[in-house]
Design a protein around this ligand. Structure first.
Ligand SMILES: Cc1cc2nc3c(=O)[nH]c(=O)nc-3n(C[C@H](O)[C@H](O)[C@H](O)COP(=O)(O)O)c2cc1C
Length: 355
């Protein structure tokens, strides 16, 4: 395959891969740094990164901002010349504070999904940080690019398309998940590329488009590039690496998962998610409510009085390897994992630039 790379605001990305942000505590400075060191783009999740800080339950926002700084510093120490960004979910309360913290800390890039990052351009104004919305449909691509164009007279520096096989929260209704078979979704990707093209022409600069969701090997990569995108975003494959910031037991849950263990779950965020079936999901299915350790007011779509479980608690249990009480987010093909390797091994396995 022709040597095709892309640039993020004049910074050339050597390996056309973004590591997908994974919260809570799955992609922190360790994983993001290791990926950036290989020449791809490392992404730290800004979803409750401060969960290990001593004052997390008293002062969550401050603890998270402190952890964002220390995780970025850690990643930069691992990859001094690497490209490193944050994934900041729009559904989070204090979204603007976290974006401003990422800018002040010196991130290269902010990737935002779980909602459309309507006012992200305002929050990064005056800085050099690149911004990338995550979209899943032609409609959402049109809405966000049109809004940024009209209100902020600017466009995206990069655009991530997250397809139906992604892990974590999904940008689709349940019905769309059924309708978007792989070939139907390929057509949607092409339509999104057309939308992006109009803004590339208007702003006279390239907007690299990155495809995510179930991309695990060289063939998946070639398929994505043949659709016309500029690179891939990969998340689940990095969970089963020694450098991943999660507990070993979480990584092993991927290795042990079978295809039938992976299911679509309802999340308090109000979007469907994909996860490995476990005892927490059994409890929720049988109508048992699991009260929060302490509501941190983390997500604006969550009603603490009615939510079946607390997403922050469940994701922290996952990062700590407390599997029975965890929400074990994973991509649709995570069951293919058969061992724990290294970040370098994962990146090499894609055989970028080979036919
Ligand atoms: C454990 C896990 C946590 C995730 N957390 C986030 C997140 O916090 N924010 C986000 O935008 N996407 C999140 N995602 C989605 C990934 O960034 C990525 O786009 C997607 O999983 C790609 O598919 P793959 O896992 O099959 O490679 C998460 C995915 C996983 C597997």
């Amino acid at each position: 395959m022709e040597r095709k790379t892309f640039a993020i605001r004049n910074k050339e990305v050597k390996i056309p891969l973004l590591q997908g942000g994974m919260g809570v505590g799955i992609s922190l400075g360790g994983l993001a740094g290791a990926v950036a060191k290989e020449g791809a783009v490392g992404v730290i999740s800004a979803a409750q990164p401060g969960y290990r800080e001593p004052d997390f339950y008293q002062n969550p926002v401050e603890a998270n901002k402190r952890a964002m700084r220390s995780e970025l510093k850690k990643a930069r120490e691992i990859a001094p010349d690497g490209i490193i960004g944050f994934n900041i979910m729009v559904a989070m309360n204090y979204y603007e504070d976290y974006v401003r913290e990422a800018v002040n800390a010196g991130a290269d890039l902010i990737v935002s999904g779980a909602g459309l990052p309507a006012d992200l351009p305002a929050y990064v104004k005056g800085s050099d940080v690149a911004i990338a919305p995550i979209v899943s449909t032609e409609k959402s691509a049109k809405v966000i690019l049109k809004y940024w164009d009209r209100k902020y007279k600017r466009t995206a520096d990069l655009l991530v398309i997250e397809g139906p096989l992604a892990g974590g929260h999904l940008g689709f209704h349940i019905k769309q998940l059924e309708e978007f078979t792989p070939s139907v979704y390929d057509e949607e990707v092409k339509k999104i590329l057309q939308v992006v093209k109009t803004y590339e022409e208007k702003y006279d600069h390239k907007i690299p488009v990155i495809l995510a969701g179930g991309i695990r090997n060289h063939e998946d990569y070639v398929h994505a590039m043949n659709l016309g995108v500029d690179g891939i975003q990969v998340a689940s494959r990095f969970v089963t690496t020694v450098e991943c910031d999660a507990d070993e037991r979480y990584k092993m849950a991927y290795v042990q998962a079978k295809e039938e263990d992976i299911e679509i779950v309802k999340s308090p965020v109000g979007m469907p998610g994909r996860a490995i079936h476990n005892k927490l999901m059994d409890k929720v299915a049988s109508g048992i409510r699991v009260p929060a350790i302490k509501c941190l007011n983390c997500i604006h779509t969550c009603n603490p009085a009615t939510t079946p479980y607390c997403i922050t608690d469940a994701l922290i249990h996952a990062a700590k390897g407390e599997l029975d009480d965890a929400l074990l987010f994973c991509g649709g093909k995570a069951y293919e994992a058969d061992h724990i390797g290294t970040v370098k091994e994962v990146i090499d396995s894609f055989r970028f630039f080979e036919d």
